[in-house]
Design a protein around this ligand. Structure first.
Ligand code: 1GP
Length: 233
C-alpha cells in the first residue's frame, strides 16, 4: 500500500500554541487546498491546546495528522488519520532519537501502530526552538545532510525524511543534496516559506513542502500561494 504522503505536495502545520490572524478560522486553513494538516509545535504544547485544534480541524474534510512533541500530549481521536512521530537524527541527546519514544511505548501499551509513522528529522536552523530543545548539531555541510538522509532511508527504513529549517528559508543546494540522496523516502522540507517563490524554490527539490508560521502570521491568501507553488513545481 502506498503511503498517503507519497501523493502530497503541501502540508499546513498548525501550531496549537500560536494564534490565527484576525478573522481566520481553522476551517479556512483546512480549505486552502493543502494536502494535509499536521498539528504540532515545540514550545507551549499542552494536551488541551492540541485537543482543541484537532477537534476544530476534524470538522473539515482534509487529512489530519498529529505531530506530538512529547508522549504526554498525544491525543486519542478517531478523527486523526495518523500520528507522525519526530525522531531527530542530528540531535545532541539520544532522548530525541529514541529516548522519548521508549518512554511513550513503555507508558502506552496500546499504541495504534496502523496509524503511527515516524519522520526522520534533520534540524538545520540553530536559532529554532527545536534545535535548542534537541541540542541538534546544525553545522552540517551538504554532503553530511545527504548522508543523514541516506542513513535514514537505507539503514533505518524511514519513509519520511524531514529537512527542518523552521523559521528560516533553507539553502537550495542542501535541499537538492537531500533530494538526490533520497530515493524511496519522501522528502519533507519545512522552514521560512513565505510566498510563491520561496515555496517554489524548495518544492522543486522536496517532495512535500511544509508551511507553518505563514498561516499564523499572514493567513489564507498567502498560504494558497504556497499551495499553488507546490503543485506547479
Ligand atoms: C516547522 O517545518 C515547519 O516545523 C514550518 O516552518 O514555521 O518556518 O514555516 P515555518
Amino acid at each position: 500500500m502506498t503511503a498517503p504522503w507519497a501523493d502530497w505536495d503541501h502540508i499546513l502545520k498548525i501550531d496549537p500554541d500560536k494564534d490565527l490572524p484576525d478573522g481566520v478560522t481553522y476551517g479556512d486553513l483546512c480549505a486552502t487546498g493543502t494536502d494535509a494538516i499536521e498539528v504540532g509545535g515545540t514550545m507551549g504544547i499542552t494536551e488541551e491546546n492540541m485537543a482543541d485544534v484537532i477537534a476544530a480541524c476534524a470538522e473539515h474534510d482534509v487529512p489530519l495528522y498529529q505531530e506530538p512533541s512529547s508522549p504526554d500530549v498525544v491525543i486519542e481521536d478517531d478523527a486523526l488519520d495518523g500520528y507522525l512521530i519526530p525522531t531527530v537524527f542530528n540531535a545532541g541527546s539520544p532522548f530525541w532519537i529514541t529516548g522519548a519514544h521508549k518512554e511513550w511505548v513503555r507508558l502506552d501499551r496500546d499504541l495504534d501502530w496502523e496509524r503511527t509513522s515516524t519522520e526522520a528529522y534533520i534540524v538545520m536552523n540553530p536559532e529554532a526552538d527545536v534545535a535548542t530543545y534537541t541540542e541538534a548539531d546544525c553545522d552540517l555541510e551538504a554532503d553530511e545532510v545527504a548522508a543523514y538522509a541516506t542513513v535514514a532511508e537505507r539503514m533505518f527504513g524511514q519513509e519520511i525524511v524531514y529537512l527542518e529549517y523552521s523559521g528560516t528559508l533553507g539553502d537550495e543546494e542542501i535541499v537538492e543534496a537531500a533530494s538526490e540522496a533520497t530515493d524511496e523516502s519522501t522528502l519533507f522540507y519545512g522552514g521560512g516559506i513565505h510566498d510563491y517563490d520561496s515555496a517554489y524554490s524548495m518544492a522543486q527539490y522536496a517532495d512535500v513542502i511544509v508551511v507553518g508560521d505563514l498561516a499564523h502570521e499572514e493567513g489564507i491568501d498567502a498560504v494558497r500561494e504556497t499551495v499553488d507553488a507546490a503543485s506547479d513545481a
